[in-house]
Write a protein that binds this ligand. Structure first.
Ligand SMILES: *Cc1c(COP(=O)(O)O)cnc(C)c1O
Length: 404
């Protein structure tokens, strides 16, 4: 049976190239037109950028939207604009992309790691209060994989302790919590348009907010400290140039037209794949139905139990599944606090108090997700067909049969 596995030279379960990014001549022509016009960017951002910001704000049901160079900068600008001071603490999880935590250091603040809920891989709201101190200023909930965090609980805690909430919605374009678009619920919501993300122009970022003063400050920080109505060489705040080009903006504008339909398709395929995988012994999709009315499936995650696969390791299982033609990956190898950045205190920032130390941090659910359980299937596959989902389940069963 093992010879029949694709990794050993057997036939693949699914032969399909899942395309990403998705584009056609309308995208090519739109960008070409900007190139021909010679109006590629400055002064300021340009009208194409402003148009895209208005479109995205309206898509998200937010008052303001502000583009910037990437999702990391979006998070950093939002945090700084919230008025954090050196040494303030910001609550994050250790199961996310490094930027969620490293931008906290860049803002001269201390990331405090709170473990994830094993059912959703989002921050566990029941653990947050234990980690709040007099220095805590903000929470950055990550809508991991595109599944909404428990925003009612998080906003309740933030209100009680007077904390700012910056949603990391870099996986959550078009996804919803109780009918509201992710990113539009907290003080600010941040998005990435990097090449792997559900809406992309290669690189790029966005912040949405309903708070005018926050918007004005972030706008200034993005634009070398300039202010509305000020002179060109008049600089009020220590900002930098974080603007995007008109070519990126027109591409994003055109891509945005596809996002609602694509998100619906990902949500439908993800829901269908759940129904298939929950029938397989040793495979468990993450829990749904906790307020997320639309899941953007930037990643389709399922939990793997090697005891039902004759102790085949997760790493080997993921490799075999990928060989069968299911674009997948074992995910983060370690919780963020295990990164050399934290273990060796390579903070590159002198505002972090001496006593800050991550050598004893241990979040058991994140450890389990990294080392034993989580398997990721990439978002573009969720744009496939129902039959593709059937094949994904079939590929998992094929490996299980070969091993038990
Ligand atoms: C991609 C990502 C970011 C950073 O976005 P960039 O555009 O790559 O800077 C931040 N948080 C999460 C969860 C991400 O996936």
């Amino acid at each position: 049976m093992k010879q029949n596995l694709a990794i050993n030279g057997g036939p693949k379960t699914i032969e399909k190239d899942f395309e990403w990014p998705v584009f056609d001549d309308t995208d090519v022509n739109a960008v070409a037109e900007i190139v021909r016009s010679g109006k590629w960017g400055n002064p300021d951002c340009g009208d194409v950028v402003e148009t895209f910001e208005k479109e995205f704000a309206s898509f998200c049901g937010a008052k303001y939207a502000l583009t910037c160079v990437n999702g990391s900068v979006a998070l950093r600008l939002a945090l700084i604009a919230c008025g954090v001071k050196p040494g303030d603490e910001v609550i994050v999880t250790p199961y996310t992309f490094i930027a969620t935590a490293s931008i906290v250091l860049e803002a001269n603040c201390v990331p405090v790691f709170v473990d994830i809920d094993p059912d959703t891989y989002n921050i566990n709201p029941a653990l947050i209060e234990k980690f709040i101190t007099a220095r805590t200023k903000a929470i950055i909930p990550v809508h991991f994989a595109g599944q909404a965090c428990s925003m009612d609980s998080i906003m309740g805690i933030a209100k009680k302790y007077n904390l700012r909430v910056i949603e990391d919605a870099c996986h959550g374009h078009g996804a919803e919590y109780k009918g509201k678009k992710l990113g539009s619920i907290g003080d600010a919501g941040c998005f990435s348009f990097q090449s792997s993300k559900n809406l992309t122009s290669g690189e790029g970022g966005m912040i949405i907010t309903n708070d005018e003063s926050l918007y004005d400050m972030m706008n200034s920080l993005r634009n070398v400290g300039r202010v509305k109505g000020g002179q060109w060489y008049e600089h009020h705040f220590a900002g930098c140039n974080y603007r995007i080009t008109q070519m990126q903006a027109i591409l994003l504008s055109n891509q945005l037209k596809r996002l609602a339909e694509q998100t619906d398709r990902r949500h439908e395929n993800g829901t269908y794949l759940n129904s298939l995988l929950e029938k397989i012994d040793g495979i468990k999709p993450l829990t749904r139905g906790l307020g997320e009315t639309k899941h953007s499936y930037h990643i389709y995650i399922f939990k793997y139990d090697k005891s039902k696969f004759n102790n085949l390791s997760k790493v080997d299982f993921s490799r075999m599944l990928a060989a069968e033609g299911v674009p997948c990956f074992m995910g983060y190898p370690e919780p963020l606090y295990k990164q050399p950045l934290f273990q060796q205190k390579n903070f590159m920032c002198y505002a972090i108090p001496e006593e800050v130390d991550y050598s004893d941090v241990f979040c058991p659910e994140t450890e389990k997700a990294c080392h034993e359980e989580a398997v990721w299937i990439f978002q573009n596959t969720m744009l496939g067909t129902k039959e593709d989902m059937d094949k994904f389940a079939e590929a998992i069963l094929k490996i299980q049969k070969a091993y038990v």
